[in-house]
Design a protein around this ligand. Sequence first.
Ligand code: GAL
Length: 332
Amino acid sequence: MKRKILIIMLCVGLLHSPLTLSEKADIHIGVMVYNTADTFMMTIVNEIERLSDNNTSLTVLNSANDQNLQAKQMKTLIEKGVDALIINAVDRTSCIYLLKIAKKSDVPVVFINREPLREDMESYNRAYYVGTQPQQQGMLCGEIIADYFLTTPSADKNGDGIIQYVLLKGEEGHQDTYLRSLYCIETLQNKGIKTEQLGSESGDWKKTRGQQIMASFLAEYENNIECVISNNDDMALGAIDALKAAGYFTNGRYMPVVGVDATPPALEAMEDGVLLGTVLNDARLQGAAAIEIATLLARKETIDKEKLIFPMQEDRFIWVPAKKYVKLFNKD
Ligand code: GAL
């Protein structure tokens, strides 16, 4: 009979609530998410839940963007007896503290999505990371934009041979923000395309912020913007809303907008012709790789690096590859 035990506490009240782990399960895995309002993160969590085996109990907690809360949640989960933890850190630069807590109790941890600093990871030999390469995602973003501009001469609206773009950045301090942006622009330059950044601002991965920032870019730079580069799809979709409100995507007015994640609403927007393209941040396979390794660790099984869904590198890193999605069309 199928038996799956899930405790999902999407509120932040854990510390005052009687959290107990199911006695029916063989192993207990705690999952902490930096913020359960994040579309992409919840796709990973859903996949972790879907793929966890029937004798595993999963406790999913919302760390509500609060690193101190996350540390407290971690201590509580360990006290209750979890066998392994999957952690989406609130602040990837201060994981050393979480690692100390884990090491003290000898509980294995699998970080996802927010990569801890190398030196912090190396402080504990039962710490692992499952993620994707933002460098590769940035390059693929750059390729989508380059292909579009190289095949659509009218996209250079002012004909100056330079792409004037605005950048919607993810959270400051997040490896994806910095590396996706850097490699996207570098790829354009390597392809001989000149670029000029008109404006850039962090929208913290949120659609509403993407919409607000784009509206203010439109007010400031009017018709000079030739391209919108967004570090994720949610912000790209917010920007598209602002562009629509300003009269784009009707009567032949177009703006190339590129995101990252390939979330279902982004793929729909691409099919509708309002999102030029996006790059896969494979939530399904990152979720699968995370629960695979966490389950093996929780069961104290030997990890055969070559037999995992993705081979483990340097004894602790699992990298899920990216690919680009683009609707092939030429605006001229
Ligand atoms: C990124 C993703 C964003 C957001 C962020 C959270 O990889 O592209 O949409 O989910 O992680 O850390």
